[in-house]
Structures are given as C-alpha cells and as structure tokens.
Design a protein around this ligand. Structure first.
Ligand code: ADP
Ligand code: MG
Length: 678
C-alpha cells in the first residue's frame, strides 16, 4: 500500500471505530484525539501490575502495595475541613484491609459492597491495615485478567475499560499496516525493536523489558520525526542572504586597536562567522561562550565587517543596563575607527529618538544598539546587513524575527552564555549553526565559591569589607521574590539601607533595581564602573552581561531561591580579570534540590557542567525557555534524559528521505510553533 493510503486510513475519524459514537468522539476530541493514529500515540499515564499483590498480613508501613479482594463495607464521611473521605473494607486472603480515597465523592456510586476490586497505594498503617489508594480497578468478570495493564489520563465519561478496549481494537485493526520508517539494518544499528512491537508493547507491555524496548523505540521515533519536520521547516527557511565583501580595512583597524590579543577560541569563532557572512547563504548562527568568555568583541568584529562591506548592523540586548554597557564597550572598540554608533532604548527623549531614527533611515548610523525598542515599527534601516542578539534566551522567537525583518534577509548572530548541549540546540532550532568559545581569556582564576548559612552572614560581609579595604568592589544581589517585582525592590531597598548605615557606613554604597529611571541606573553603573561606589546592592538586573573587572566579591542573599543557571550568571559578574574573585552564597536551603544546587555551585565554575546538572535537577520543561520551541509537543521523549537517543535520532534522520515520508511526519507533527529562527 502507498504511504498516502495507509496514512489516510490511520487518520480516518475515530467515529468509525466500534463503540465510538458522537458522544465518545466528542470526549476524545477534548483530549486531542481525532483518529486511530492519535489513539496509538496516546500513551498510558502509568501501568498497574495486577499480577503482583499482597495480602493483609504482608503489608509494610510506608511502602507501596497492591491488594485484591471483595468489598465488605463502604462508609463515606466528611472532615471538618470539608474533605470527603471514602473508606472501604476489602477482604483479602488473610484478613481485611481498610482502603481510603480522599476527595472523590463520585466514587460512592462505584465502590459498592460485594464488588471485587484491585487497588494499590501507600500503606499508612498495619494495625489495623490501611492503604491510601492511588490506583484502583473493579474486577469486571469479562475482561479482568492478571498482568500489566495501562492506565490512561482520561476525562469523565471514558473509563479505563473503554480505553483499553479502544486500544486493543485499534492495535488489532491498524497496527499491521502501520508504516515502518526504519529498515532492518537501521533497527539493528540503533538497537531498536520494530514500530509494531513498540506500539503494541507501550499500550499492553508483556513485561518490564518489553515496555523499556517500546519506550526506547517510540522516543527515538518521535525525536526523529521532530527533527525531520524541523529540517523541512529550515529548508522552507533557508533563503539566500547577502554577501559581505569588505571594501575597506576597517576590520584590521579595529583589531589593531584592541588592548589585548584575541584568544585562539575567539579567533576560531570569528573565522566561522566571517565565512558565513561571506557566503551567499543567510547566516543563522548561535555563538555560545561561558560568562566572561569575551563574546562582545567577537560581535564587534562581525559588525565591523558588516560596516566595511557597506551595511548597517544592529545589536539587541534584553535590558537597558546591558544595552548601555554594550554601547559603551562597542564605542571603545569601534568608535575610534570611525564607525558611527547610536543607542536606542525606551527611555531617551522623543527628540533624541526622532534624530536617531532619522539617521538610521538615512544610513548615517552604522551600528544601532538597543533594547526591545529596536523592533518598534518606525525603526527602519537603510541597509541592515547584520543582526546580533545578545543573551538570546531572554528573547522570544518573534522578537528575533521582527528585528531580522528590518533588513533584506540580514545575517543573524545570536549570543548566549547558557551552554546548551549541541543536540538540544539542534533539536530546538533545527537549522542553527553553532560556534563555541571554549576558553576564557588568559589569567582568569576560577571564582572561589562558598555556601554560608544565615547564621554566618556577618562573616560574609566582614570579608566583603576586607576586600573593599584592599581596593576591590563588591556586588550584593537580593533575594528573588517570585510574586512581585515590587517586593524584590523593597527587599533591595531594605538591604541597601541596612548595609550603608552599618558595616559599610564609611563607604559609598549604590542601589540598582529595575524601577529606577534610566538616567539614574546609568549613573549608578557609571559610578560603580569608575570605582566611586565600593558596594552595589542590586536585584537580578545585574544578572546578565554587566562587566566591571575590579569587582571581586559577589554575595547572593537567599541563594536557595535562584536556579542554577541564574546563580552561575550572577557569579559571572566577578572573576572578569586576573584578580582572585569570590562568590558567597547566603542560603537557607529547605529542599534537597536547593542543597544540590548550592553544592554544584561550590564544586564547579563550568557553565556547561552546571547547565547539565540543572537539566537533570529540573527537567527540560523550563530549560532555556524551550517551551516556545515546540519541544513540549514531545509526548514520550524527554530531552533531559534522552540526549544520547536524540543524538542517534539525529544521525539516523540524515539517512531518511523526508520527502517520501511526508504524510507520516506531518501526521505526528502537523504544526510546530515558533521553531524557525526567522
Ligand atoms: P561575555 O562573553 O560574558 O559577554 P565579555 O564580552 O563581556 O564577556 O568579556 C568579558 C571581559 O573580558 C571584558 O572586560 C573584555 O574586555 C575582556 N576580554 C574579552 N576578550 C579578551 C581577551 N582575548 N583577552 C583579555 N580580555 C578579554
Ligand atoms: Mg555578554
């Protein structure tokens, strides 16, 4: 059968299945299921093993257990707090067990005296035996058999029995024709079972190892289809770009003026970027480098090249502080060579803004630096040839696209300090090329990091004062209060008042937070940079990019409230010169997770290692804002754990002729939100 016909059949309406009328098909549609194909890819939430169960005398307090027996009595009640409690006495082979369900009032109609039940849950006590139920099954004679059975996430009106009978029907009827995208050789090389076996065993696993095999194949299948779909998108996407051909010696001039030598790692990525810019294909490159690796100067050289080739360049940064700092750094690197720069943020005057927009449109500004303000409609360029986006995880796909749309397929360079495993980047971005600065400028010493409990807080500030006495400067970052920016700021203000009136009363102390007026922020940053302020109390606005080489101490209050990547970013504000720097994490960790994070920070200065730890501790859901990249469409693959599998799927996807599997790939991933870079 041709793939098209097979897929037509797999994608016919669920309504054609036995036992599915308009009513049930509506319920299925609510869960996103419209076809037998969708049903096959609707995997069980969990499984219950009915072949293993205990009796009353075998229960162990605190452990999970399964029992089987007849319901002797049922009683429902309500606690004072309004919780409903349903308690049933279940007779097992050697005595009764009390089974308790909370807050499921509708169960009173189902859990009835005389019925046989299988249930599992946590053993609360053994004298008398009591279980708090998490899964249960009434043992209806017709279909009840021991063995591993699936449990599906469901909605009212679709019982587990209905699910199981639907799935057995679909497996029987559609599985024989289900398309197999891997040939025998590929299955062998990647140690995978057939797709038929996989689908059969994910729904009704014969045993644990059959389930594992099934999961492995389906996760692989899913990742590979996802990658093939991305490849297709990126082909739609890979437009001809412009060619940067230098007409002046501007790049050399800029290089000659640098106060230091580029590291070999910087030279390598500059070459990669230049090659892309010279090619007629549009550049779409991710520049990754740990905090302090020196990404800015690389961006500056790329911008110099664009300007030397007769184009304009734009750099977008996520905060005003950072945009301002880039403005200054780029001015130092580029300004003296005659490149004309301007800074566009949300807080300049209307007159200044009008002027900048005018000159940008005329092509008389070569490099425009700014925040989101750059993507407003009335910002137009004469000839935009290069777009650079700093700390790119702070921006959405659309914002990047909006900036690139201001030119005629300009080259795009995005920069991030968040080290992302290559496979994850490729999976998330498909056609993105990657350059990595894998080396810090010479002479940098790893930041010494220490976690201190709050009772030793005074020690931290004493140390900070010693460093100030020795001529250094100090950052203090305030606790993050998730709920409101206002509270963050209040915390910063309080801490600022506390510190400047006590231990640091003899020193100039500054305060920085998001609600200050831009002019004030700039003034504070300037004074800190010049060394007039010795200590800077700040909210997390200093998290990204801020660069003051003489600052050697970073104290983070309530470090337990920060994520690992954020802690690493914050720590990256120090250790930016040959001076020994220190990071003190004041914390009151209450969970294992936060203890793990603090330990990881003490143990390592390596952003790549920490990002992987973070991925393992938190899971990929929030990682790097991946949600917007369509990765949440993955049903079974888990990128935190399946990186190796993803890498194999990527290799294998190159051997597949996507065009001839078009219908299959699209059945699984009809649309992918926001994956394309442009
Ligand atoms: P990041 O990669 O975190 O954005 P920056 O670009 O801000 O890092 O660079 C960090 C600091 O290192 C800056 O002060 C910069 O001037 C300096 N720097 C960059 N490259 C070199 C180099 N090759 N040698 C010495 N210092 C460098
Ligand atoms: Mg930076």
């Amino acid at each position: 059968m041709l793939l098209g016909e097979t897929m037509d059949k797999l994608l016919e309406k669920v309504q054609y299945l036995k036992g599915v009328g308009p009513q049930r098909s509506r319920l299925l549609a609510k869960l996103g299921i419209h076809s037998p194909f969708d049903l096959l890819w609707y995997f069980p939430r969990t499984y219950i093993d009915r072949s293993s169960f205990q009796t009353a005398s075998q229960l162990i307090p605190g452990e999970q257990a399964g029992i089987m027996g007849t319901i002797l009595a049922v009683r429902s009640s309500r606690t004072r707090r309004g919780m409903t409690v349903l308690a049933a006495v279940v007779e097992t082979q050697d005595g009764p067990v009390q089974a308790v369900w909370f807050n499921q009032p509708f169960l009173a109609d189902i859990i009835k005296t005389g019925r046989r039940v299988w249930l599992s849950g946590k053993v609360k006590s053994i004298l008398p035996p009591e279980i708090h139920v998490s899964e249960y099954e009434l043992m209806e004679e017709e279909d009840w058999a021991p063995g591993i059975v699936p449990v599906y996430s469901t909605t009212e009106g679709l019982s587990q029995r209905v699910w199981r009978s639907l799935l057995s029907q679909v497996l029987e009827k559609y599985l024989p024709d289900y398309p197999e995208i891997l040939d025998h050789n590929q299955r062998q090389r990647f140690a995978l079972c057939s797709i038929q076996e996989a689908l059969a065993n994910i729904h009704f696993p014969a045993d644990r190892s059959a389930y594992k095999q099934a999961r492995q194949r389906l996760a692989f299948e899913e990742l590979m289809l996802f990658l093939l779909r991305l490849q297709e998108l990126s082909q739609e996407d890979s437009r001809p770009g412009l060619i940067h051909r230098e007409k002046t010696d501007l790049v050399q001039k800029v290089k000659d003026r640098l106060p230091y030598q580029l590291t070999p790692a910087q030279q390598k990525v500059v070459q990669e970027i230049f090659a892309d810019m010279e090619s007629p294909r549009m550049m779409n490159r991710l520049l990754q480098g740990d905090v302090g690796a020196g990404k800015t100067v690389v961006a500056a050289l790329a911008m110099a090249k664009a300007v030397a080739s007769g184009y304009q360049a734009a750099l977008m940064a996520p905060t005003e502080i950072l945009a301002g700092q880039h403005g200054q750094a780029l001015y130092e690197v580029l300004g003296e060579s005659g490149i004309r720069l301007a800074l566009l943020t949300g807080s300049i005057t209307a007159a200044q803004r009008g002027e900048i927009l005018y000159y940008t449109r005329q092509g008389e500004i070569d490099v425009l630096i700014g925040t989101h303000a750059l993507i407003q409609d009335d910002v137009r360029f004469a000839n935009l040839g290069l777009v650079v986006i700093d700390e790119q995880h702070r921006f959405g796909v659309r914002q990047r696209a909006a900036l690139a749309a201001k030119g005629d397929n300009p080259d795009v360079l995005v920069m991030t300090a968040t080290p992302i495993p290559r496979t994850l980047a490729l999976t998330a971005y498909g056609n993105l090329e990657m350059s990595v600065i894998d080396q810090l400028p010479p002479g940098r010493k790893p930041v010494k990091t220490k976690y201190l409990p709050y009772k030793q807080r005074a020690k931290a500030y004493d140390f900070a004062r010693q460093q100030i006495t020795a001529g250094r400067q100090v950052y203090v970052v305030c606790p993050l209060v998730e709920e409101s920016e206002k509270q963050d700021i209040q915390a910063a203000v309080d801490l600022y008042e506390e510190l400047r009136t006590s231990i640091f009363r003899d020193y100039e102390v500054g305060l920085l937070h998001g609600r200050l007026r831009q002019a004030d922020k700039e003034q504070v940053m300037q004074r800190f940079k010049k060394g007039e302020l010795k200590l800077l109390v700040s909210t997390t606005v200093v998290e990204v990019g801020v660069d003051v080489a003489n600052a050697t101490v970073m104290i983070i209050e309530h470090a337990e409230r920060f994520g690992l990547s954020q802690l690493h970013q914050l720590r990256g504000r120090v250790g930016r010169s040959a001076l020994q720097s220190y990071c003190i994490l004041l914390a009151e960790p209450h969970t294992d997770e936060s203890r793990q994070r603090l330990r990881a920070m003490e143990a390592s200065n390596d952003g790549f290692f920490l990002a992987q730890q973070d991925l393992l501790i938190r899971g990929p859901g929030d990682f790097w804002g991946v949600r917007q990249h369509g990765l949440d469409q993955l049903k079974i693959a888990n990128l935190a754990k399946d990186l190796d599998l993803a890498e194999k799927a990527r290799q294998c996807s190159r051997e597949i002729d996507a065009a001839s599997w078009y219908e299959y790939i699209h059945a699984r991933f009809p649309v992918i939100e926001g994956t394309a870079m442009n």
